[in-house]
Design a protein around this ligand. Structure first.
Ligand code: NAI
Length: 291
């Protein structure tokens, strides 16, 4: 297969992750179409990106030219279309992602690659039912995408090694640190992170410490962010879905049991930064990303 160097990219899902991925791809020189099932969401994501890039220009971190060039490469679209590389960043749900891949396969040329940004769902299972399961690969970015270097390139049982390698090299060209891994529950980072979040949520459930204290302690221990503020950044809806998926994939091993504390936050719609409230409150105008 050809390299993905000059690929035309379609990012599906214009939420926290999709917007960041579109930005990084555009800054690396790609033409990027951005699609979201929610009408107007891709357009709104582009306006947010525009303000964010303006902010970087004001801070002197980016030239006005570079910001403008990146921005014009991103086109919000109202329907799925063809591309050389699709990066999927929609809701963390196996059936919804599978339905999307079926729709995409009808539109894409045979050598197009589909990369999923899933945090935890088996790439092997996601590929089931695809006409060309060898073209599906995990491309797992971290939040916030422009700042976080790591990309886990995840191979399912049917993923072609050439596809995994092409995505690995592409991530490297985008300035990321890519690693290859096989599709196991939670991959590498989320496998390690689940018990970390679970213990935090147990501390809260036991009323042993408040979020502020837990975050302060972990920061003092050398972490860049505490676990509560990190969960607020990730989004409790997504984090909770990831825990469910890793719990089920580990045959309901109790180490990965989802927490009632997080269930409550999700039920209340307190998803974290993106909804204005999680463990903490985020008044309008609060920065979307950690400083
Ligand atoms: P989000 O909730 O911010 O955005 C998801 C977007 O997908 C929404 O705008 C929604 O309207 C759209 N969407 C849902 N179903 C769709 C469909 N069928 N077709 C097109 N658009 C659809 O979620 P976020 O955080 O961006 O997560 C997206 C994916 O990235 C998930 O698989 C998640 O597990 C993964 N991820 C999330 C990270 C995080 O820290 N939030 C980190 C790494 C991966």
């Amino acid at each position: 297969m050809t390299s993905l160097n000059d690929s035309r990219i379609l990012v599906v899902g214009a939420g926290l992750m999709g917007a960041g991925i579109a930005q990084v791809a555009a800054q690396a020189g790609h033409q990027v179409a951005l699609f979201d099932a929610r009408a107007g969401a891709a357009e709104a994501a582009k306006s947010k990106l525009s303000s964010m890039l303006d902010g970087l220009v004001t801070k002197g971190k980016l030239t006005a030219d570079a910001a403008q060039t990146a921005l014009v490469r991103i086109t919000p679209v109202e329907a799925l279309g063809s591309a050389d590389l699709v990066i999927e960043a929609i809701v963390e749900n196996l059936d919804i992602k599978r339905a999307l891949f079926a729709e995409l396969e009808a539109l894409l040329p045979p050598d197009a690659v589909i990369a999923t940004n899933t945090s935890s769902i088996s790439v092997t299972a996601l590929a089931r039912g695809m006409k060309q399961p060898e073209r599906l690969v995990g491309m797992h970015f971290f939040n916030p995408v422009p700042l976080m270097k790591l990309v886990e390139v995840v191979s399912g049982l049917g993923t072609s090694p050439e596809v995994a390698q092409a995505v690995f090299e592409l991530a490297g060209r985008w300035g990321k640190t890519a690693v290859h891994t096989r599709s196991t529950p939670g991959f590498i980072v989320n496998r390690i992170a689940r018990p970390y979040y679970a213990e935090t949520l147990m501390l809260l459930q036991d009323r042993a410490a408040a979020p502020e204290l837990i975050d302060a302690v972990l920061r003092a221990a050398g972490f860049r962010m505490g676990p509560c503020e990190l969960m607020d950044l990730i989004g409790h809806d997504t984090n909770f879905a990831v825990t469910h998926s890793v719990f089920a994939a580990n045959f309901y091993d109790r180490r990965f049991t989802p927490s009632l504390v997080q269930q409550e936050l999700v039920d209340a719609g307190f998803f974290g930064r993106k909804s204005g409230r999680g463990f903490y409150r985020y008044p309008e105008g609060a920065p979307a990303l950690p400083a």
